[in-house]
Design a protein around this ligand. Structure first.
Ligand code: SF4
Length: 108
């Protein structure tokens, strides 16, 4: 897949963990606390790959990212997070922005 198909820049805040950054209002995870909404990101397969594939240019291919998502152990958690937080850009849980919007419409 040609790199030119992808967005020139991956958003700086992609996969930013507000817990680790100490964002006001976001609780820090206590040792032994399993209630971390972003804990699933430690098993994110995309974190081990090229993030550019997950933020293709408009009209660019999403195939590579979706293939990675299909093997990801935290796909469900990722999709839930994206839907709950209204993530507008990129591939999350194997779905594009348009596919997530469609899923939300059908769910409501
Ligand atoms: S489902 Fe895809 S976008 Fe989500 S964590 Fe896994 S590889 Fe990353």
């Amino acid at each position: 897949m040609a790199a030119a198909q992808y967005r020139s820049g991956v958003p700086d805040n992609w996969f930013v963990d507000p817990v680790q950054l100490g964002v006001p209002g976001v609780r820090r995870q206590a040792p032994g606390d399993d209630d971390n909404a972003l804990a699933w990101q430690t098993d994110a397969l995309c974190a081990q790959t090229d993030p550019e594939a997950f933020f293709p240019e408009k009209g660019g291919s999403t195939r590579d990212a979706k293939r990675i998502c299909s093997s990801c152990d935290v796909r469900g958690e990722c999709l839930d997070y994206a839907l709950e937080n209204d993530e507008r850009f990129g591939i999350w849980g194997g779905l594009s922005e348009r596919e997530r919007r469609k899923l939300k419409r059908h769910a409501s």
